[in-house]
Design a protein around this ligand. Structure first.
Ligand SMILES: Nc1ncnc2c1ncn2[C@@H]1O[C@H](COP(=O)(O)OP(=O)(O)OP(=O)(O)O)[C@@H](O)[C@H]1O
Ligand SMILES: [Mg+2]
Length: 259
């Protein structure tokens, strides 16, 4: 039986500043529908401007939605407000593209990892939690006092992943999380994410403009173009038999092969 964690139906987002000449708002994403089951990794691919980050921001309730319904853990997610919204949002971990923007450079790794525990109202001591959080992303315990600014890009992204996972969320959303990394470091982080899924059975939404990367990590795939999903299904099926010419273009454009 499939265990649906997230169900999205006909989701549309209109930015107020994006208007047609007739005054109507042009949707940045339109009629987006998909569902994500527990333990699955959903890849979202599309060129720059296709609406990937808008979808992520809408799913995180950072921007208002124009139409649609979202059920997360069987909860009417778009209806939540205030403290309840904040509480359920902590069940979603987020990793974005640039770890040096998302981590305060002068904070120690320990401070960075403690922040979500405090926000969640958890009781000290945190030491054991912090150590296992570092271990889970393959970094040594003696990194805890180090400043974020002293880390390499790959190490910083591992810390961002550790922070996103420290409250054991049900869903991890990664928006271009490996795009700024060198190819070899990118492959290590992808492998780490797949290990984490194996260990914890967490669900993930992995967003990237790079189909080669998305193909490597995702079970299911959404191909976005101009704010709409133009192809969706099992990643292997779509890669083996892309129906849309745009998907074929993305496939031929991919430069790096992962295996
Ligand atoms: N704050 C905003 N106000 C108005 N329009 C926006 C805003 N943010 C994004 N857009 C527009 O919405 C569309 C989708 O942008 P979005 O950032 O979601 O694309 P993306 O697929 O994430 O692109 P990239 O691969 O470059 O990150 C684009 O046309 C963009 O210009
Ligand atoms: Mg984006």
């Amino acid at each position: 039986m499939s265990d649906v964690l997230l169900d999205v139906a006909d989701l549309s987002v209109c930015y107020a500043s994006r208007r047609f000449f007739n005054g109507k708002a042009a949707p940045a994403i339109a009629d987006v529908s998909f569902s994500l089951s527990t333990g699955r990794i959903l890849g979202v691919v599309g060129e720059s401007g296709s609406g990937k980050t808008t979808l992520v921001r809408a799913l995180l309730r950072l921007i208002p939605t124009a139409t649609g319904a979202v059920s997360f853990k069987q909860i009417d997610w778009l209806a939540l407000k205030g403290r309840e919204l904040a509480r359920v949002r902590r069940r979603i971990g987020v990793v974005s593209q640039n770890p040096f923007l998302s981590l305060s450079p002068r904070h120690s790794i320990a401070q960075i990892l403690i922040e979500p525990l405090l926000a969640d109202g958890q009781a000290r001591p945190f030491e054991a939690r912090l150590q296992s959080a570092l271990e889970a992303v393959g970094l040594p315990r003696d990194y805890l006092p180090r400043k974020a600014a002293s880390l390499s890009g790959g190490q910083a992204q591992r810390i961002a992943i550790a922070r996103a996972l420290i409250l054991n969320p049900d869903l991890l959303i990664l928006d271009e999380a490996t795009s700024a990394l060198d190819v070899s470091v990118q492959a290590q982080v992808l492998n780490l994410l797949m290990d984490i899924r194996e260990r914890t059975n967490i669900s993930m939404i992995f967003v990237s403009h790079d189909l080669a990367v998305v193909q490597h990590i995702s079970d299911d795939l959404l191909v976005m173009h101009e704010g709409r999903i133009i192809e969706q299904g099992l990643t292997d099926h779509i890669i083996a038999n892309p129906v849309q010419p745009y998907t074929q273009q993305l496939l031929t454009a991919k430069k790096i092969g992962y295996s």
